[in-house]
Design a protein around this ligand. Structure first.
Ligand code: MSP
Length: 645
């Protein structure tokens, strides 16, 4: 059975950052893993180039849209090439074949009666490229997804009968419990569908940067809605609408997406496929969001990290290892140089690198680099059993996308190897004239390294090829079968000396995240946040009052702070283009759910403070008495950022 693995296609409105790199790394790792197992696997990535957002970005950069898209698309492709990403195809939605495929799909849906023409009057969020019904808007104006202001658009539009597929979708979710991974995310999707699906506007007349309508419809006023165009890339890449050359790979085995675009992939996409009478992907894997040093990355904060910058100083494969090891799939992750350096030094350098160096050193000293596994079973039955148990456990983790557990378990192999060396001390055995025993330990560890390298190969392909070269074997499907599945040992082989693979990192190699805005508070102060308005009995001048900048904010995200009974972490829109993080001591009085999409009043010019390691960039106004605390809110909804005073 063949496999098909996809990443989302990346918008060409900006350069890649480590969040994009993560999706691509995990998809590449999964692809390499399947190929190692001998599966015929196709891997797709690419760029999403149409829509108003891209058109506007090109204008801001003073470039023709196509030229702008060409440049950014090439920068993604070059980046993935530098990272050795093993994609089979890099699709661009401006490719002619793709456009034809989209037109074909439109015709099929239209002929089936799933697309009809009507008028749309609605609120459009350009940033999310999505229409929202008024009932879903925050305060009648703001986008429920990103919190930005929406604009009212009335236009003629073609609609896709999404509502028709409501029951079929719900049935699919309940019959396929692994359709959405992690399963915890499935509920969000199911509840959304249960809330009722409205037909989806799938064309626009307000701009032209999109796939044109099929000629058969004689309606060139319209261009396709960017999400219809974009989602179809997963099949046009296989030749849908052209020659179906690679359609045998459909349905996809795993489609990786970030949690923010799960809804498009788990609702719209399956509905489009049902309309096209095509099978649905086997599963959609939704990963979490990456922050940097605990903060959301944004251009305005200047804390976005370019994957290439990190790779150049810390090593591209080290970065892959770190990202896949650090975060349980589906959860949010934090990129911090310190955490990264810890893993390089302890796991890569100490556990793996040193083990290899010891084997090279000992084999050179005791047997002129020649290793013979003939006595391993006699002296190391216990270690071989332990090693095989670990090897047998690994597949389930990878197949369930739990890369962090996969790597954690894989690292047990190095502990087994290191422990065997300590316990059997080959140098003592050599002195006691028990050369067979000493060499059996060296051979055991060389075999452990070989098998571990095969399993680590999908995560660190180049590095493990160097290890395999040092151990004189090749990593491929046949060595996987022999050494991992059939549990054979390498026979007689020669060790090659290679330089240390993972030099220790003693200091930060990149500048820290910009800290200009941050000011450390004393520990006492940071223990508790004060949301109460301080009572003032001394009189002040009006000018003193106006030194405080108070603004209306909209809570876009809210979550509990682990290990804190008092704190909630909020992302608040103050109309500044990027969100502010506010850490507030209101957890005893509000749940995160009841805060999202509500308005608050924020002290906007407080010096940022650190609370439990998190930066807080504002304070909420609240009133507190013996009955508890309540937030102060505008009496009527106001725009984010409206000054108070
Ligand atoms: N073009 C759409 C996808 C269309 S797929 C048919 C899009 N593009 S994107 O460039 O904005 O995002 C691409 C992917 O990057 C998404 O899966 C998104 O979740 C992911 N990430 C963007 N920022 C991220 C982080 N900070 N952390 C982790 N992933 C993030 O959406």
């Amino acid at each position: 059975m063949s496999k098909y693995i996809t990443t989302p296609i990346y918008y060409v409105n900006g350069e890649a950052h480590i969040g994009h790199a993560y999706t691509t790394f995990i998809a590449d790792t999964m692809t390499r893993y399947e190929k190692l197992k001998g599966e015929d696997t196709y891997f797709l990535t690419g760029t999403d180039e149409h829509g108003q957002k891209i058109e506007e970005s090109a204008q801001k950069n003073g470039k023709p849209t196509q030229e702008f898209a060409d440049e950014i698309s090439a920068s993604f492709k070059n980046l993935w090439d530098e990272f050795g990403i093993s994609y089979d195809k890099f699709i661009r939605t401006t490719d002619e074949d793709h456009k034809k495929g989209v037109q074909k799909a439109f015709e099929v849906m239209y002929a089936k009666g799933d697309i009809y023409k009507d008028f749309y009057e609605g609120h459009y969020c350009v940033s999310c490229e999505t229409f929202f019904p008024e009932t879903q808007l925050i305060d009648g104006e703001y986008c429920p997804d990103c919190g930005r202001s929406t604009s009212v658009i009335k236009e003629e539009s073609y609609f896709f009968r999404l509502s028709k597929y409501e029951d079929a979708l719900l049935k699919h979710y309940s019959n396929n419990s692994d359709f959405i991974l992690p399963r915890s995310r499935a509920n969000e999707v199911i509840n959304f569908v249960k809330g009722g699906l409205r037909d989806l506007s799938v064309t626009r007349t307000s701009f032209t940067w999109g796939v044109k309508m099929p000629e058969s419809l004689h309606d060139d006023k319209h261009v396709m809605y960017v999400w219809l165009d974009a989602l179809l890339n997963y099949i046009t890449a296989l030749g849908y609408g052209k020659d179906d050359a690679n359609m045998r790979y459909w349905p996809a085995s795993t489609q990786f997406v970030g949690k923010d675009i799960l809804r498009f992939h788990a609702i719209y996409w399956p509905a489009f496929l049902m309309s096209l009478d095509l099978p649905l992907p086997k599963r959609i894997g939704a990963h979490g969001w990456w922050t940097r040093d605990g903060e959301k990355m944004s251009k305005s904060k200047g804390n976005v990290i370019a994957p290439k910058e990190v790779a150049d100083v810390y090593g591209a494969e080290n970065l892959r290892y770190f990202m896949l090891r650090e975060v349980p799939f589906g959860q949010d992750g934090d990129f911090s140089q310190r955490a990264f350096i810890d893993r390089i030094n302890s796991e890569l350098s100490n556990d793996l690198g040193n083990l290899l160096n010891r084997i090279i050193g000992m084999s050179g000293k005791y047997s002129e680099y020649e290793i013979d596994s003939v006595d391993v079973e006699q002296f190391h039955e216990k270690e071989l059993d332990a090693m095989n148990t670990v090897l047998d456990s690994l597949d389930t983790y990878m197949e369930n996308l739990q890369t962090h557990r996969y790597l954690e378990e894989l690292w047990r192999l190095f502990s087994i190897g290191n422990k065997a060396i300590e316990e059997h001390a080959p140098w003592v055995k050599m002195k006691e004239d028990k050369k067979d025993e000493a060499l059996a330990t060296v051979a055991l560890v060389a075999n452990i390294l070989a098998k571990a390298s095969i399993m680590l190969h999908p995560v660190m392909p180049k590095t493990t090829n160097i290890i395999a070269d040092a151990l004189n074997f090749t990593i491929d499907n046949s060595s996987y079968k022999e050494l991992v599945l059939d549990k054979k040992l390498l026979k007689v082989f020669n060790i090659k000396v290679v330089p240390p693979l993972f030099p220790r990192v003693e200091e930060l190699l990149m500048p820290e995240a910009p800290k200009a805005m941050l000011e450390e508070k004393s520990k006492e102060e940071t223990k508790e946040i004060k949301t109460e308005i301080q009572e003032r009995d001394n009189l002040i001048e009006i000018g003193q009052f106006f030194e405080t900048s108070l603004k209306v904010g909209i809570v876009v995200e809210a979550e509990e702070v682990p290990k804190s009974k008092k704190l909630l972490k909020l992302q608040v829109d103050l109309g500044e283009g990027s969100l502010r993080q506010v850490v507030a001591g209101i957890r005893e009085f509000y749940t995160p759910q009841e805060l999202v999409n509500t308005q608050v009043c924020v002290v906007a010019n407080l010096k940022p403070a650190k609370l439990m390691g998190m930066t807080s960039e504002g304070m909420l106004l609240a009133a507190k008495d013996e009955d508890g605390l309540c937030l102060i809110r505008p009496e009527k909804p106001k725009k984010a950022g409206t000054p108070i005073g």
